[in-house]
Design a protein around this ligand. Sequence first.
Ligand code: SF4
Length: 466
Amino acid sequence: MSIKTSDLSFKQRMRENLSDSFKRQSIAAAQDLINQKRQECYDKLGDFEKWRDLAADIRSHVLDNLDYYLEQFVSNAERVGATVHFARDAAEANAIAREIFRKKKATKAVKSKSMVTEEIGLNEALEEIGVQILETDLGEYLLQVDNKDKPSHIVIPALHKDRKRIRGVLAAELGYDGDDVPENMTKFVRGILRQAFLSADIAVTGCNFAIAETGTIALMTNEGNGRFVTSIPKTHIVFMGMERIVPSFRELDIMFSMLARSGVGARTSVYMSLITGPKAPADVDGPEELHIIIVDNGRSAVLASEFRDVLRCIRCGACMLECPAYRHVSGHGYGVLYPGPLGAALVPLIAGYKEYKDITKICSLCGACNDVCPVKIPLYETIYQHRRIIVEREKLTNRLEDAAFSVYGNIIGHSRLYRAATRLAFLGNWAPRVSLLKEWCKSREMPVIQKERFRDWFARRRRGEA
Ligand code: SF4
């Protein structure tokens, strides 16, 4: 994939997704269900705010000392036998992976869910050299075999599909002839994936957290695919965003508690894999070679900027599930790998304002995301700040917008002009018919503006006139 997931324009994406009532209903139902589960989990955990403070402090501490913890992690990972690589950008990360595949003469790979590999476009880079790479997370796998649309959520990629549509994909692409009971469909896919695990040359995973103290990679999955991927193939490549470090297992405990609860509303994930180096002589399974590729891809620049807090993100997806704008336009409306408030805050930073300025508009600044983010990232403030930068520093507005706001600013800043304008405000009743405002009025109801202004009506009353 890569950061950009759609070639449609902003307007086209909005139109397409707002008019897809099936998708909107699926998203709304999933949001309501998971949000309720998340709330119940946190209620049982105790003081949510204290947990959030703790998690935010851990992430901030790591970011403030990232050079120290990275060095510690690398030296411990190498001590236990892993090979560590650093990649400045997507091209370097893919080149390192391709080289490992070439050396091993590998043609088949299995992959468990990893956002950073999506970010760098790993699948495409490997397919170019003839590698067949299979997604093994159920949602990702369905989207891969269907090959029609992209993930709409970072934790639940097929959030926009219901069981009937999933059955349709399995029947059309894989010849499934069973019912749409989730257990039966999962059993069918399991049969296919088991064979793939057994025949793969190389395993590819992401990394939920890397533990500096021991050089361990920690992975959370709910389907067990992560365990298969990391146990059977002889070579394992881990892709890790450079900020995904925790100092020790004590902090990992806190972060995992928050990730499971915030991500899917569960007390813990079903599987947790802790990988410390390649297979030891006494181990019955595990890879003989473990490569860890630490990916920067714009993160250093974010770390050095006023937006460092955004790097606290643990990719739980809670902000998306809470966001009213996401509810309407879905993940596909953003047209980027990271949708929702996280995407609007992060993507312009790592991929540039010029191409991604529009996604900062998909936000009502209501602040709902801030209230659920387990690491207290100031999301809406960041998005608001991006909008300022887009206008004031980058000057990426269009002339029409500039002219409209300059007229508005002049009117609102001069009392005489303002008074004169309020006399003509009733002309706004024509807004739904004026081409410039037509689009805006399609999804909003304009109130009817009275010809007589409030101040004139009030003065009339005071004069005792009817
Ligand atoms: S920004 Fe916060 S809520 Fe959103 S995915 Fe990241 S950690 Fe989760």
